[in-house]
Design a protein around this ligand. Sequence first.
Ligand SMILES: O=P(O)(O)OC[C@H]1O[C@H](OP(=O)(O)OP(=O)(O)O)[C@H](O)[C@@H]1O
Ligand SMILES: Nc1ncnc2[nH]cnc12
Length: 173
Amino acid sequence: MKIEDLKGLVQDVPDFPQVGIVFKDISPLLASAKARKTITSLLATKYKDKEIDVVVGMESRGFLFGTLVADALDASFVMVRKPGKLPGAVVQEQYDLEYGQDTLEIQQHMIPKDARVLIHDDVLATGGTALATSQLIEKCKGTVVGYSFLIELDFLAGRKRLKHSPVHSLIHY
Ligand SMILES: O=P(O)(O)OC[C@H]1O[C@H](OP(=O)(O)OP(=O)(O)O)[C@H](O)[C@@H]1O
Ligand SMILES: Nc1ncnc2[nH]cnc12
């Protein structure tokens, strides 16, 4: 499958979850085994020589390809979750969304000191989620080697906020 074929499977849903937002629905991509395998391979290839120790994925859609990419890179997978979902000691970071505000948490003990971390999410929009996640990794004393996204909304310029590490996205709008 080519990138254009993958793009053709993403559904635009106007005015979801709020008026004025065009939601990019990845459900048809997930439904296709061929699309899942292509996406996983293309995302992982970019980082295969980067000695990634940990792939960090953000709740909830970041878990989907995050674990598959971690498999492909033979790396650990660690969850970043919304508040109150992770047991034990956590570190927290507040962030702004394209549609709202929230807090993210990670279990500090899951990131070894100096671990080489790849941050993965399904969509890069304003960059708030990814920036907050990189700040969580810094608090845990890990190193953010790069950011990997399935979809990037170029018009929201989220990548401008992710200055310190390279950003790679498969599908651009
Ligand atoms: O770049 P940003 O403006 O921060 O937006 C991107 C984030 O928004 C969506 O998550 P959402 O909070 O809707 O949660 P979900 O994955 O649980 O649906 C998406 O999955 C990213 O995590
Ligand atoms: N427009 C959008 N579509 C899907 N997920 C998103 N996350 C943030 N903005 C989004």
